[in-house]
Write a protein that binds this ligand. Structure first.
Ligand code: RIB
Ligand code: CA
Length: 309
């Protein structure tokens, strides 16, 4: 029976590939809705990007715009990574369907409240929508199976030395989520930086003769530019690894650890503070991904992208 999921994202090159991965596996997951948050780019752009990518792949589903800014802070975007459009690289046609008129947060609440099976939330952007849904409708916790999120890092950050982008953009929302008591799998930079797709894989996609495969190759070519400047050999597929972890949980190895979110530090705001040695005495609240089967992951991505006609 496919697992009911809601994807909350900020497309974003890697978000786009995570969406395509999910819709390539209907035997494993049923996407109840795709909700959108501001993050990599402004909300207007992240919504349009989601609609464009899904339309290009021949997928139509409920897409609902959520928050255009963090709960308390001003929005920080990442044009240096994702470009002015938030999805620079391929030229994508205008979408062939529109976003829902319902707010993304209400969409999450309504689907979780009415789902006959517990829902898995898969956030791959800042946690504003998820945090707001939990604050606005705490009852939904009872019908959430797990939150498998791309965010955080037990070790080094990527947007500051201490913090990963998704958590840094809205640390208050992240704190609401991490302290919610809901089972959480944190797919952070510790594993996504290992889950790199290489130039040879991109060439394979570009030469596949399949339109979605070629388009993903073009996305990765652009996405790789920024990561070259950071000294990466390839392109870390952050969000697709969170989605892959929903599809095949054994693709990562996790440790159940206490994790809290720093919201005050001058140099450390946005840090996921992981207590490896139990020195805080806090109860473990997060399954932290610390190792990944990279080859199996990359093969899953390539197969999924080429499964589209
Ligand atoms: O730090 C990586 C995360 O930030 C990814 O989700 C990427 O899409 C950006 O949102
Ligand atoms: Ca993202």
């Amino acid at each position: 029976m496919p697992k009911p999921i809601i994807i909350d994202c900020d497309p974003g090159h890697d978000d786009a590939i995570a969406l395509l991965l999910a819709f390539a596996k209907p035997e494993l997951v049923k996407v109840l809705a795709v909700t959108i948050v501001a993050g990599n780019q402004t909300l207007e752009k992240t919504v349009l990007n989601a609609l464009k990518v899904l339309s290009f792949a021949g997928v139509e589903c409920e897409v609902a715009a959520g928050y255009d800014r963090p709960l308390l802070r001003t929005l920080e975007i990442a044009p240096e990574v994702h470009g002015e459009s938030g999805l620079d690289g391929p030229i994508l046609p205008e979408p062939n369907f529109k976003a829902s008129i319902k707010h993304g947060v209400q969409t999450i609440i309504d689907h979780v409240r009415t789902s006959k099976e517990k829902v898995t939330l898969v956030p791959t952007g800042p946690l504003t929508n998820i945090g707001a849904a939990l604050l606005g409708a705490p009852d939904i916790k009872e019908n959430i199976e797990r939150i498998v999120l791309m965010g955080g890092a037990a070790r080094e950050g990527n947007w500051t030395p201490a913090a990963e982008f998704n958590i840094l953009v809205d640390p208050e929302a992240a704190s609401v989520v991490f302290q919610s008591g809901i089972p959480i799998t944190m797919v952070g930079l510790d594993v996504t930086h290992e889950a790199q797709i290489m130039a040879s894989d991109v060439e394979f996609l570009l030469n596949s003769g399949k339109k979605v495969g070629v388009m993903v190759g073009e996305l990765l070519e652009f996405f790789g530019e920024f990561h070259k400047t950071m000294g990466f050999a390839g392109m870390p597929l952050h969000d697709p690894l969170a989605m892959a972890t929903v599809l095949e949980p054994t693709i990562v190895e996790t440790k159940h650890l206490p994790v809290r979110i720093e919201t005050q530090g001058q140099y450390t705001t946005g840090r996921t503070v992981v207590d490896f040695y139990g020195v805080t005495g806090e109860k473990p609240n997060v399954d932290v991904a610390l190792a990944v089967d990279r080859d199996r992951f990359v093969q899953m991505i390539l197969d999924a992208m080429l499964s589209y006609n």
